[in-house]
Design a protein around this ligand. Structure first.
Ligand code: ADP
Ligand code: ADP
Length: 231
């Protein structure tokens, strides 16, 4: 994992007067799972997307292990930061293998290495490689698509994994299973995981720390689940 620091970060979208994120300062420790919770519109997704530069801050600085993310080019960002969103957001015209191989291929890995990495990742997320690597997303259940989405996010073994409502699109039982799987994967891999959720139970279950935000991404609480429950 890697440490992520927000230093006085503000984001005002074009044409808006109120900032979506207002002077956010925050340290996300290396190797921890930090869950972002709070009401709709409070700035969770905007904050998350600034970490991999899908959005640019209007002012302030974000660093990963002390390095300003603006100093990293696109390829370097993809190598350092995996990204998983609701439903897996797989490319429908691409096989499971091709979806997972996106970033490794972008990074110029040779064919053999890509192929063995794809199989390794399918095993990791509990899908038989022989059975699933040549399927298309429409031939998978929602939970399986989400598993492939996680595999894709982890493909280049990035120190940081960003997740936005990762299990929001599946039924409650599948969600619990996916959460359990993520926890056991994390035990092994020790990524820095930043995860947006509206589900407080998910935050308590998965988080080493929970960040509770109010409008403008103002911090209401930032603590361990145990301390938040005790407060
Ligand atoms: P959350 O993830 O907590 O629901 P968001 O980060 O999506 O919150 O949104 C924060 C605020 O910024 C909201 O008021 C939302 O309407 C606004 N917003 C989000 N994305 C954009 C955008 N691309 N352009 C303009 N306003 C946006
Ligand atoms: P950034 O400059 O941070 O990369 P953009 O300005 O490209 O972000 O915003 C992404 C897109 O989202 C824009 O094309 C915008 O049209 C669209 N958008 C506008 N308002 C909203 C909103 N309230 N919620 C979500 N998306 C929005």
């Amino acid at each position: 994992g890697a440490e992520i620091v927000f230093d006085d970060v503000t984001k005002t979208y074009p044409g808006q007067t109120a900032p979506a994120v207002d002077s956010l300062s925050l340290t996300i420790p290396a190797g921890q799972v930090v869950m972002f919770v709070g009401p709709s519109g409070c700035g969770k997704t905007t904050s998350l997307k600034m970490i991999n530069r899908l959005h640019e801050p209007t002012s302030g600085t974000i660093t990963i292990d002390g390095e300003d993310i603006r100093s990293k080019d696109e390829t370097e960002l993809r190598r350092h930061i995996g990204y998983v969103i609701q439903g897996g957001s797989l490319f429908p015209h691409m096989s499971v293998r091709d979806n997972i191989a996106l970033v490794p291929r972008l990074l110029g890995w040779d064919k053999k290495r890509v192929a063995s990495r794809v199989d390794e990742l399918l095993d990791l997320v509990g899908l038989s490689p022989e059975r699933y690597r040549d399927r298309y997303p429409r031939e998978l259940s929602g939970g399986q698509q989400q598993r492939v989405g996680v595999a894709r996010g982890l493909a280049a073994d990035p120190p940081v994994l960003l997740m936005d409502e990762p299990f929001g699109a599946v039924d409650p039982i599948t969600r619990q299973r996916l959460q359990d799987e993520l926890m056991s994967i994390q035990e092994e891999l020790q990524k820095t995981i930043v995860c947006v959720t509206h589900d407080i139970d998910e935050a308590i279950k998965l988080g080493d720390r929970i960040l509770i935000l109010q409008e403008g991404a103002n911090i209401a609480q930032y603590d361990t689940p145990a301390n938040i429950l005790a407060a």
